[in-house]
Ligand binder design. Structure first.
Ligand code: PAF
Length: 253
């Protein structure tokens, strides 16, 4: 696997790549959720490119950015093992030469509800970095998990709006043995909190209405940001201690 740190090197390499390219953008601290996206890309494309970049512009809380787990050595070993072709790993100055003076404003139905409401400017930062990466990598397919369903919808809409020639592939959420959606944030939960966290997806899937679900979650020790139904899906965001978890399930009741 070739590790690329500069935009100019990536552009040079990109010009010479033959065959279909699959792309999986990540912020590192790779887990089995990422592995399933990467495996799908490896199966469906001749060349797979992964990016690791902890994108500070999408964090609404400085602490969350500072405490984001960094496991580069393990990540590289995992990607090598999987047979990934290229890893793009830029520094902030490399990918934001404009120092974030240009941003993707967005006013879609998904922009300012739920995560858009609770994490100020999160989607502006997320869409801006994804746009930069899509323009640089010019992949045939890019893979995103359904755990971040709002993110996925906004990326699909942005790609449509700006005629970006990359197919966005939605991949099912991968869960742990208790049914909790895999996330880098789960690493910050104790064993006891991990067991407690499993209540969250179960309640989202239950027959209870949103208010009842929120009540139950609070009784079980969660702080609740929201539980909402949107487009036949039930979405939720909760906190256990200072770890924030989101999930969504299909909901046709
Ligand atoms: O889902 C993520 O890990 C991030 O939001 C992404 C898509 C890599 C952009 O920084």
């Amino acid at each position: 696997m070739q590790v690329i740190k500069s935009v100019s090197k990536l552009q040079e390499i990109r010009k010479n790549i033959q065959g279909n390219i699959g792309f999986v953008p990540t912020m590192g601290n790779l887990h089995l959720g990422h592995v399933s996206l990467i495996k799908q890309s490896l199966q469906e494309n001749e060349v797979t490119i992964i990016s690791i970049f902890i994108n500070q512009t999408q964090f609404d809380k400085k602490d969350d950015f500072i405490n984001y787990p960094v496991t580069i050595k393990d990540d590289i070993a995992l990607l090598e093992n999987l047979g990934v072709n290229y890893l793009f790993m830029p520094e902030y100055q490399e990918i934001y030469p404009d120092d974030y003076q240009f941003q993707i404003a967005n006013y879609s139905q998904y922009s300012h509800v739920m995560e858009g409401k609770f994490r100020k400017n999160h989607f502006v930062g997320m869409l801006t970095i994804v746009m930069k990466l899509l323009l640089l990598i010019k992949a045939n397919r890019a893979y995103f998990g359904e755990k971040d369903f709002q993110q996925l919808q906004l990326i699909k809409e942005m790609v449509g709006a700006f005629f970006i020639d990359t197919q966005i592939i939605a991949c099912e959420t991968i869960k742990d043995k208790n049914g909790l959606a895999l996330s880098s944030r789960n690493n910050r939960l104790t064993e006891m909190q991990l067991n407690q966290a499993a209540i969250f997806p179960n309640l989202l899937r239950s027959d209870k209405n949103n208010e009842e679900v929120m009540e139950e979650l609070k009784k079980s020790g969660f702080m609740v940001d929201y539980v909402e139904i949107y487009d036949n899906r039930r979405f939720g965001a909760v906190k256990i201690g200072n770890v924030r978890l989101i999930d969504n399930v299909s909901y046709n009741k």
